[in-house]
Write a protein that binds this ligand. Structure first.
Ligand SMILES: NC(=O)c1ccc[n+]([C@@H]2O[C@H](COP(=O)([O-])OP(=O)(O)OC[C@H]3O[C@@H](n4cnc5c(N)ncnc54)[C@H](OP(=O)(O)O)[C@@H]3O)[C@@H](O)[C@H]2O)c1
Length: 247
């Protein structure tokens, strides 16, 4: 990655208030991107314009509740009106959801995790696909988890939502293969964030990498010269696999 290669590229980062999304915002701003940054509230995004500017880029905060279709519609309208294209979409916002055995899990808890981790990303692709196609090199990147294919008891909402996300991105990648758009996923492995602490409270947070460690990989996979399509980058092993069930 050559420094400044995201210069003037318009990149949407969902879940940019903290954790992996905030680290992505910083890494992209350092490369000169204009980051459209979302979280549920503008308060959670306070100061990001100045932060991005100090790093050499720019940021526009937009409040967006990912489970609200009307919020995603409004976000797409804002991006279309201001930029008329989208060079990168980093679909990162996510929740762990309730950890409970399927027999005990209230259905609304299952639905809530799917709404944010899966349906919202479908809505983002559905609304932003025309704007990604207007970019000379639109790049979509989503965050999955090894739990999409591991079967931990009590993890149905998270596990199912990430498996569905991998299927969604794999299908979309197939659909856009003859365009200038590319769509991929990153599987970060353990990263020191609030979600990780919620998932594994017994783990020593100091034993897992900070979100900043992912910055270079995220910047690379959102850059115009990243040509792969329909792959998952496993950050821990440094390997790429296709978007499909492991053999
Ligand atoms: N950390 C890990 O070890 C790990 C491993 C594998 C995959 N991941 C994935 O990485 C992504 C980022 O997770 P993280 O670890 O950085 O978690 P995090 O620190 O808890 O951050 C989650 C982000 O998502 C946003 N968000 C949550 N619910 C939302 C909603 N309903 N509407 C809009 N935004 C919402 C939060 O913003 P507000 O709360 O400010 O609205 C926040 O910015 C997730 O997709 C997660 O599944 C993480």
């Amino acid at each position: 990655m050559v420094a400044g290669q995201q210069k003037d590229r318009v990149i949407l980062v969902t879940g940019a208030s903290r954790g992996i999304g905030r680290a992505a915002l910083r890494a992209l701003a350092e490369e000169g991107a204009h980051v459209v940054a979302t979280a549920r509230s503008l308060e959670a995004l306070a100061g990001i314009e100045a932060e991005a500017k100090a790093l050499g880029g720019a940021a526009t905060p937009v409040a967006c509740e990912m489970s609200e279709a009307s919020d995603i519609d409004r976000l797409a309208t804002v991006i279309a009106a201001r930029f008329d294209r989208l060079d990168g979409l980093f679909g990162n916002a996510g929740i762990l959801g309730k950890k409970q055995a399927v027999g005990d899990l209230p259905p609304q808890e299952f639905e809530a995790a799917l709404a944010i981790n899966l349906t919202a990303n479908f809505r983002l692709l559905h609304r932003l696909d025309p704007l990604l196609r207007k970019s000379p090199a639109g790049r979509a990147l989503f965050v999955t988890s090894g739990v999409a294919w591991k079967r931990h008891a009590g993890w149905a909402p998270y596990s199912v939502s990430k498996a569905g996300l991998e299927a969604l991105v794999g299908v979309y990648a197939h659909e856009i293969q003859d365009t200038s758009v590319r769509a991929n996923l990153i599987s970060p492995g353990p990263i020191r964030t609030e979600l990780r602490v919620e998932a594994w409270p017994e783990e020593d947070p100091e034993s897992v990498p900070l979100p900043e460690a992912l910055g270079p990989a995220i910047v690379t996979m959102l850059s115009s010269d990243f040509a792969q399509n329909g792959v998952i980058f496993d950050f821990k092993s440094g390997r790429y696999t296709r978007c499909r069930a492991p053999a």
